[in-house]
Design a protein. Structure first.
Length: 227
């Protein structure tokens, strides 16, 4: 299958914590249950964000959802590996299919909240999907699945969103009135984030395509065996 490459800022500490949790996890809870818990956490996050128009206290529900999403999404594969119950094809397919659905709930819910505009939330979702798509394409072409880029992975993104939500709960969503409607701090941040991810996507595609072309050309011009 594929080789996982995870070099985010928190990867080593997170790996040790996940193994510690997996060893102590009750056998009644399997990797599939944890995958579903991660999806439920994403749904809870989206509902909490969207419902925060009615009460800012619902942001606490979104924070709880983010924690559950990390717990289920990060621990499911570790539990399978620790128990020797890996199903590489099934696990890879289900894990990333559920991740894609979970990202929709989180970012659309965020866009329906007072914290962010829906259009910029969709731009942020597109940024996440571009990074995910690049990882999946590279996994098929090279056999290497890269989880993080420049030290940033899913866990770092969850933590940043969690911290921003907590600050917004305590101090407000930092919204300003403009000619295009209310704009928050995270709305302003998502534009350079999208541009950076898009430039990274194009750059990585160019670099990887040149490397793969060299490999394929070398294979095509190598010694041929008589038939």
């Amino acid at each position: 299958m594929v080789t996982r490459v995870h070099g985010s800022w928190l990867a080593n500490a997170e790996r040790r914590l996940l193994i510690w949790l997996a060893i102590r996890m009750t056998p009644r809870i399997g990797s599939d249950s944890l995958t579903l818990l991660g999806l439920a956490g994403a749904i809870l996050t989206g509902v909490g964000f969207a419902a925060s128009w009615a009460s800012s206290g619902m942001l606490l529900l979104a924070c709880l959802g983010l924690i559950l999403n990390w717990f289920g999404d990060s621990l499911d594969g570790t539990v399978a590996r620790v128990r020797g119950q890996e199903r590489p094809r099934y696990g890879f397919f289900v894990d990333h299919a559920v991740d894609a659905a979970g990202q929709v709930f989180i970012f659309i819910g965020l866009g329906l909240s007072p914290l962010m505009r829906l259009d910029t939330a969709c731009l942020l979702l597109l940024s996440y999907w571009l990074a995910t798509l690049l990882s999946l394409i590279r996994a098929v072409a090279t056999g290497t699945f890269q989880i993080s880029y420049y030290g940033v992975g899913p866990t770092e993104i969850r933590i940043a969103l969690l911290l921003y939500t907590m600050v917004a709960l305590l101090a407000g969503p930092f919204r300003w009135s403009t000619a295009i409607g209310p704009v928050s701090l995270i709305d302003l941040a998502c534009i350079p984030i999208f541009l950076g991810v898009f430039i990274l996507f194009l750059t990585m595609v160019w670099i990887e395509s040149r490397q793969l072309a060299l490999v394929d050309n070398a294979a095509a011009t190598g010694p041929r065996r008589d038939i």
